[in-house]
Design a protein around this ligand. Structure first.
Ligand SMILES: Cc1cc2nc3c(=O)[nH]c(=O)nc-3n(C[C@H](O)[C@H](O)[C@H](O)COP(=O)(O)O)c2cc1C
Length: 204
């Protein structure tokens, strides 16, 4: 295989999009799309721009919900993209970014009460992880916050589960992927890990 050396301005190589609901100082709730998120056991690690409202909220109020949208919900995600809950808008935000106190309304999404944390879930998202930030610290450069959030409760659309089990069916669930700033879903299954628990078409 032949390779060339390149210098891409971003390295977003395709990670799932989540919508983080967090609590603002005045008791209202913020909602923000994030793609720097991955799971380690029952912990989800998040990478947040230091100046955003989400970073500010999690520094002071650790409760959050990690809401996972389905691929066809990308327009709602994109409606949130130019918005911040921060006022005034920090100079470090991307050009065109504007303050919006009602992110749920702006996205056309609806809050549903959580069971173990204060911020609400996003009713339209098929998967919700209620969580609490256990550690929030700056990255080595000081531009981002690295958040370790412990998941306390998981809610799933029952159509995504393997009936009678606690498994999410990988055949039924597809994340929304942020692939170098473009939105994608998954293609057909290619194979399974030797540790896969739920049966799938390729695994049977
Ligand atoms: C699909 C998508 C993925 C994003 N991923 C991240 C991310 O991983 N970390 C981050 O800090 N911002 C990310 N952003 C940008 C934030 O959503 C944006 O800065 C927003 O203004 C944050 O809102 P807040 O200031 O109310 O927290 C992403 C935006 C989009 C649309």
């Amino acid at each position: 295989m032949h390779h060339i050396a390149i210098e891409p301005s971003i390295l977003y190589f395709g990670t799932p999009v989540v919508l983080l609901s967090t609590e603002n100082q005045d008791g209202t709730f913020n909602l923000a799309p994030i793609s720097s998120a991955w799971a380690l056991g029952q912990t989800v690690v998040l990478g947040l721009g230091r100046d955003g409202q989400t970073a500010h909220n999690l520094t002071h109020r650790p409760d959050l919900v990690i809401n996972l949208p389905a691929p066809d919900q990308w327009p709602a995600v994109e409606r949130l993209a130019p918005l911040t809950g921060r006022h005034p808008v920090p100079a470090t935000k991307a050009e065109g970014c504007r303050h919006e106190p009602d992110k749920f309304g702006a996205a056309g999404l609806h809050p549903a009460p959580s069971h173990t944390v204060r911020p609400p879930r996003v009713s339209e998202c098929p998967l919700h992880l209620e969580a609490r930030a256990a550690r929030v610290r700056p990255d080595a450069e000081g531009d981002f916050l690295i958040v370790e959030a412990h998941v306390r409760k998981v809610h799933a659309d029952p159509r995504l589960t393997v009936p009678g089990t606690d498994h999410i069916s990988p055949a039924a669930w597809s994340p929304l992927l942020y692939n170098f700033r473009h939105y994608y879903g998954l293609g057909p299954e290619l194979g399974r890990s030797y540790r896969a628990a739920a049966p799938t078409a390729a695994g049977r």
